[in-house]
Design a protein around this ligand. Structure first.
Ligand SMILES: C[S@@+](CC[C@H](N)C(=O)[O-])C[C@H]1O[C@@H](n2cnc3c(N)ncnc32)[C@H](O)[C@@H]1O
Length: 260
């Protein structure tokens, strides 16, 4: 959770920043950690992912207004609710107990939020979130850490429990997934955790329909801000390279969703 936090903070200080996140900047200052030593050169991936989620949540809030719900699965130290800053939204945050304790300690709560210290894979959080109104669920930087069958089951359960849901998540490819399971070194001082779930962007739409979701958009990381990802954009045009390497940004609605 420190890697994306750091990248959001660095991004936020750029002249041409794609997110404005002074809260991430403050958190990075408060957490005494050698970010550059572990993570190397800053990257635009995490800011692009954050902005992708922010934009979709803002559009969701415009469509549904007062009382619409956002559920952030695996929220870590993301300060998305402060960036979006829409008082009409109710926020639920679901993360493992250690992460929730850290979040409580580091980030001042906002009105209309509830932190749930539980696994996203547990159905317990679903019992606490109303399902009689529109719900937007984010799972940014999360699903790749689960086993493929866990991802399928979780997406099926959410779709069945929340008929008026939208969902956004990101993906890595099977090749990158395999590399992380063999120990993918980001730098000499940081090895990425194993990420067992990988899927090619070209296969996401078909996958979604098998687990109760209709795709609204499936993009590569290069699509929203091509100028920030020139090489990636260029490579993403080459089919086999895209399928092997390109991470995806996915927005979907539950199959029963007649509201959106
Ligand atoms: C790579 S971080 C991403 C954090 C945040 N979404 C962001 O973009 O900065 C992964 C997050 O998933 C959380 N996580 C890991 N396993 C989880 C689980 N079973 N249920 C809920 N959250 C989990 C971690 O605690 C961490 O906060």
């Amino acid at each position: 959770m420190l890697w994306p936090l750091w990248n959001r903070a660095v991004e936020s200080r750029r002249q041409d920043a794609i997110i404005d996140d002074p809260w991430a900047v403050a958190l990075v200052k408060r957490i005494d950690y050698d970010y550059a030593r572990s993570f190397g050169k800053p990257t635009a991936f995490h800011p692009i992912r954050a902005r992708f989620g922010d934009d979709r949540i803002r559009a969701f809030a415009e469509r549904h207004g007062d009382g619409a719900i956002v559920v952030a699965l695996g929220e870590g130290l993301d300060t998305q609710r402060l960036r979006v800053a829409d008082p009409r939204l109710r926020w639920f945050s679901v993360d493992v107990p250690a992460a929730v304790t850290l979040r409580e300690h580091m980030i001042e709560g906002v009105e209309n939020e509830r932190l749930i210290a539980d696994s996203a894979l547990s159905e317990a959080w679903m019992d606490q979130v109303p399902n009689d109104r529109p719900v937007f669920i984010t799972a940014l930087g999360l699903l790749m850490y689960f086993q493929p069958e866990q991802v399928r089951q979780l997406l099926r359960q959410i779709s069945a429990r929340f008929p008026m849901a939208e969902l956004c998540f990101d993906t890595i490819t099977p090749l990158i997934s395999r590399k992380t399971q063999r120990g993918l070194r980001v730098t000499r001082h940081y090895t990425a955790p194993p990420m067992p779930w990988g899927i090619s962007v070209d296969h996401v739409e078909a996958f979604l329909t098998t687990v109760g979701w209709s795709p609204l958009s499936v993009q590569t990381y290069a699509d929203p801000f091509p100028d920030r990802m020139r090489l990636y954009k260029w490579l993403s045009h080459v089919g086999p390279v895209r399928r092997a390497l390109a991470g995806g940004l996915v927005h979907a609605q539950s199959r029963e969703n007649v509201e959106v």
